[in-house]
Design a protein around this ligand. Sequence first.
Ligand SMILES: CC(C)(COP(=O)(O)OP(=O)(O)OC[C@H]1O[C@@H](n2cnc3c(N)ncnc32)[C@H](O)[C@@H]1OP(=O)(O)O)[C@@H](O)C(=O)NCCC(=O)NCCS
Length: 182
Amino acid sequence: MAEALKAGRALELRPLRLHDARALSVLVDANRDRLRRWLPWPDANRSVRDSRDYILRMRALARTGLGQSYGLWWKDRLVGVAGFNWIDRANQTAAIGYWLAEEAEGQGLMTAAVAALLRHGFRTLQLNRIEIRAGVRNRRSRAIPVRLGFRHEGTLRQAERLADRWVDHAVYGLLAAEWAGR
Ligand SMILES: CC(C)(COP(=O)(O)OP(=O)(O)OC[C@H]1O[C@@H](n2cnc3c(N)ncnc32)[C@H](O)[C@@H]1OP(=O)(O)O)[C@@H](O)C(=O)NCCC(=O)NCCS
């Protein structure tokens, strides 16, 4: 099991455990309408069993070193999820994804969580490149890589099919040599 990552005094990233399935399911239920605007999976995750299945899939990825998903615990409450959606060992590259509960937005929590993932990715996992993709109109999501010094590398047209539309992705990349925490 991967270790937990600290992101400031009150925020911790803990690898998701089966035990977290109920809390995760409650959080997805409460946020489904806003999450489905930018993510493809909220309509397919409607029960504790669905959250369990997600955690099992992410644990299998983690065992093979191909991904790692963390619950964001803020003042000991689960408020979101962030992690490496995929890790490409051969090319020392990974992609970060994230979402936050509405009541936890607007306080810099996700920026702090992604900064902790960058430290872990560049230092412990020895990555050379970390990528974030966000819908071109997803202002809050795009602001995170910008705050953390990523470079905007371009646009992938119709990169993702959401419930009601195609979404273009803005691609942000950060190289180990550019990372301010070096
Ligand atoms: C994307 C998402 C995680 C961004 O959440 P967020 O709360 O805006 O991001 P942060 O937690 O980093 O907080 C940044 C906000 O806190 C403010 N803030 C306060 N203190 C801060 C600090 N110390 N550091 C950085 N920002 C701080 C910032 O000004 C910003 O608010 P603003 O946009 O009103 O200016 C969230 O909107 C979300 O989950 N959306 C739905 C799912 C989604 O789109 N996922 C991404 C798919 S690519």
